[in-house]
Design a protein around this ligand. Structure first.
Ligand SMILES: Nc1nc2c(c(=O)[nH]1)N[C@H]1C(S)=C(S)[C@@H](COP(=O)(O)O)O[C@H]1N2
Ligand SMILES: [Mo]
Length: 322
């Protein structure tokens, strides 16, 4: 197969195809003998790596218009969101998207245990078929002071909580990424506390903004973005939004997250975006918008204060500690 279309990231930024155009291109590719061409030429278009994702037929889904990019913000180009990533399991640079294609996303099971009425394991496609999917445009602010605005597809975390049926004792939910050093070479670096772990209070998990993500730009979530299931908590620094989740454990005690374990002086449990609290090694007052490169002021709770500030009333730890 020698079809060769230059890829977006091989072009100068000025020549990158606008979303509407590559959506059409993707529709065309999908229309062509489903699978055969896309499978023969992986990387042909943005969506082509999805061709082996059995959930592809679920997308796109309707956008929930309650969530907006924010004043002066525009959607980040898909190529930036899918080619500039943090996923330490596949390396510490931002260019891990190719390495991440090694991730086996099926079969994929999600374990639900701890303080639940009955622990269970569910296959991702069973879970997907039971959850109400919607699209939400969220801002994402990395602790490294870059940010993006992307359309995630997924379901409200609180729908998942209802499904998991925790006991009244549950105060936190801990989440865990897969552990497979065979495919994820970063996990052979044994000075990191693998697997990646994150956690939320039950109040946070039940907040309507907390979102479990299964798709991006109207397609199944690319592996490099944390397929098949990742978190999006847009009022917190990006490292809270754990990727490729295999386990949810409801607990009475606060979990210690991956980055907190690595360096608790720099990364805490709450990690609420706060421009007034600098990282020990850099300011958090501004951020660089991915793609445009524009420097913009960082907002408290990443601009979601109206939604979430009430969660932290009287909890100075949560707002003043990083
Ligand atoms: N398992 C896992 N989850 C992770 C990370 C990681 O290295 N491993 N990086 C985090 C960080 S620091 C950020 S900013 C976001 C990046 O998500 P993106 O690559 O989809 O933009 O994922 C978060 N989730
Ligand atoms: Mo991050």
């Amino acid at each position: 197969m020698a079809i060769r279309i230059p890829r977006g990231w091989e072009l100068p930024e000025s020549a990158v195809t606008p979303e509407s155009v590559f959506l059409n291109r993707r529709q065309i590719i999908q229309g062509l003998a489903a699978g055969s061409i896309a499978a023969a030429a992986p990387g042909l278009a943005w969506g082509a790596t999805d061709s082996d994702d059995p959930s592809a037929g679920l997308y796109p889904v309707a956008r929930n218009e309650r969530f907006e990019p924010g004043e002066g913000r525009k959607l980040t180009d898909e190529e930036w969101a899918t080619r500039y990533n943090n996923f330490y399991e596949f390396g510490t640079s931002k260019k891990i998207w190719k390495a991440a294609q090694a991730l086996k996303i099926r079969p994929w099971e999600v374990r639900i245990d701890g303080e639940v009425e009955s622990p269970r394991t569910i296959a991702i496609d069973d879970l997907l078929s039971q959850m109400p999917l919607e699209e939400r445009v969220y801002r994402h602010r990395c602790v490294e002071a870059w940010s993006m605005v992307v359309p995630w597809t997924g379901f409200a975390f609180r729908e998942f909580v209802r499904f998991a049926n925790p006991t009244a004792n549950a105060r936190y939910v801990a989440m865990e990424t897969f552990l497979d050093p065979e495919t994820a070479k970063g996990q052979r670096q044994d000075w990191y506390p693998w697997p990646y772990v994150e956690g939320l209070t039950m109040e946070e998990a039940n907040h309507e903004l907390a979102f479990l993500v299964t798709g991006l730009y109207g397609k199944p979530l690319p592996r490099q973005n944390g397929s098949p299931l990742r978190l999006a908590v847009p009022w917190k620094y990006g490292f809270k939004s754990i990727k490729s989740i295999v386990r949810f454990t409801f607990t009475t005690e606060r979990p210690v997250s991956f980055w907190e374990e690595m360096n608790s002086r720099e990364y805490g449990f709450w990690a609420n975006v706060n421009p007034a609290v600098p990282h020990p090694r850099w300011s958090q007052a501004t951020e660089k918008d991915l793609g445009t490169g524009k420097r913009i002021p960082t907002k408290i709770f990443n601009g979601y204060g109206e939604w979430v500030a009430a969660l932290y009333e009287g909890n100075t730890d949560a707002t003043l500690y990083r």
